[in-house]
Design a protein around this ligand. Structure first.
Ligand SMILES: [Zn+2]
Length: 470
């Protein structure tokens, strides 16, 4: 069993006691001595504890989609870790001054992977943010400025705790803009009229239970092999049909091409023909997949999902809308139910898109907040806040073309409105605007008391235990 030094206050003991899987409720004398850590965090007493937690709780759900194939966890004494620690330490001074987080500077967990990423992890079982900066070795190939900015962004997720789904929901603001005018999301009030359109549209994506941004609502995507359809397909497809064995490959190709559009700065809120193409491709996948599947008789979608993810089907059922429930109950088996739910979600989305100007819609998200946080901190350190916007535009050729278009006064494509990250080029545009705002004496992310858990609607059931924020 693992033990965490965060188990110190009565509040934490209560939380830990009802969330047994990764915490040991019986706090030792040693842990009691380390008092007053913010109870919203898992605070690890040693690198070994952090590694053990990562291997047991986090790695099984995030490798693949977030980290690629993790081949090793780098030892604590590895010389590549020290520069990362130094960057975090430099950020941590102004962070403590302005935000007073009640935790030590986070540990670095460096993992060997060919994916370039960094993340803060939220453990949904204990509703706590892991006091840990996860970094892949691939990211070390980037420039020191890029790494510095990316770490500041991740520290934003950590300190603002915005990987917590409840907080993420609470801070989300929807608004619209007039062409050519792009206010800072931070300063915008939530617009109930826009919320009324966008929230159900986004729910049509997320309520499917998979929230896969690139496929705009289709329940298969970046982590297809780890997601339900991939696993279900693997368990129940007919191997006698050759076409079925090739289907996952086709799906991956589809996902890759969509991801490339995103890398190229083409958001899915972009040209409508992309949506037509996307719908046709996903529909073709459904048509190809249906005859391949040999579902166990009498198993509902919720039972199939519950079995796949090892969670109670009742939780999934409780999270479904009345419409979704009706669809699932009318379907003869799990795959039919899945495809029908997806079709319903997609039709709802397309109806909303036809009735409103989605190009004018904006949302202030935890990702934008983390960018704003990073820029606030970079400015306090006397560094150039625009580093944040540059760091997300790579390789260099992409950065150069984005810089040129922003320099020429163009407003880049905003992004997909499903993804909490705006498009990479828009983030550079925003960074320049935010840096100008700071230079003119504007306030960045305000230094507020962050220890209170945000009030908001309970997060919907998520079959993934760990929520990652990259
Ligand atoms: Zn992020």
């Amino acid at each position: 069993m693992l033990s965490f030094r965060s188990i110190a206050s009565a509040t934490v003991l209560a939380l830990a006691a009802c969330a047994a899987p990764v915490s040991e409720p019986g706090a030792s004398a040693e842990s009691t001595a380390v008092a007053a850590h913010d109870p919203d965090y898992l605070v690890f007493g040693s690198h070994a504890e952090a590694v053990a937690w990562f291997q047991a709780a986090a790695a099984p759900t995030i490798t693949g989609s977030l980290l690629g194939s993790v081949t090793a966890i780098v030892p604590e004494e590895d010389p590549r870790i020290a520069p990362l620690r130094a960057m975090i330490a430099a950020h941590w001074g102004p962070i403590v001054q302005r935000f007073a987080p009640q935790i030590p500077a986070p540990r670095v967990l460096l993992v060997e992977s060919t994916f370039s990423n960094a993340a803060i992890l939220f453990d949904n079982r204990v509703k706590k943010t892991a006091d840990l900066m996860l970094v892949t070795t691939k990211i070390l190939e980037r420039s020191p400025e890029d790494i510095d900015a990316l770490l500041a962004h991740e520290l934003g997720h950590l300190v603002l705790k915005n990987g917590d789904p409840v907080r993420a929901d609470a801070l989300l603001k929807y608004y619209s803009v007039t062409p050519g005018v792009e206010p800072l999301g931070l300063t915008q009030p939530d617009d109930p009229a826009v919320r009324g359109v966008l929230a159900p549209w986004r729910a049509a994506v997320a309520n499917i239970g998979f929230s896969l941004k690139e496929l705009n609502g289709y329940p298969a995507g970046t982590g297809v092999s780890t997601m339900f359809l991939g696993r279900y397909f693997g368990a129940h497809f007919d191997p006698a049909l050759e076409a079925c064995t090739a289907l996952n490959t086709q799906l991956r190709a589809l996902v890759d091409s969509l991801r490339q559009m995103r890398t190229d700065g083409v958001g899915l809120s972009g040209p409508p023909e992309l949506r037509v193409k996307l719908d046709a491709a996903t529909r073709a996948f459904e048509d190809a997949a249906a005859p391949c599947l040999r579902p166990p008789p009498g198993q509902s979608l919720f039972q199939a999902m519950g079995e796949t993810f090892g969670v109670p089907p009742e939780g999934l059922e409780a999270a479904a809308s009345a419409e979704e429930l009706a669809i699932v109950r009318a379907a003869p088996d799990a795959p039919s139910a899945l495809f029908a739910v997806v079709r319903h979600a997609r039709e709802s989305m397309r109806a909303a898109e036809a009735a409103h100007d989605f190009y004018a819609f904006r949302m202030y998200t935890g990702e934008e907040q983390a960018d704003d946080f990073a820029m606030t901190v970079l400015a306090l350190e006397g560094k150039d806040p625009v580093m944040m916007g540059r760091s997300v535009n790579h390789p260099d050729a992409l950065r150069a073309s984005c810089e040129a278009s922003v320099e020429a006064g163009q407003i880049p494509d905003y992004g997909g409105l499903v993804d909490a990250h705006h498009s990479a080029c828009f983030r550079l545009y925003h960074a320049r605007a935010f840096a100008t705002h700071l230079a003119a004496g504007g306030e960045g992310i305000p230094g507020v008391a962050l220890s209170q858990r945000a009030r908001g609607p309970e997060a919907r059931f998520d079959p993934r235990a760990i929520i990652e924020t990259d």
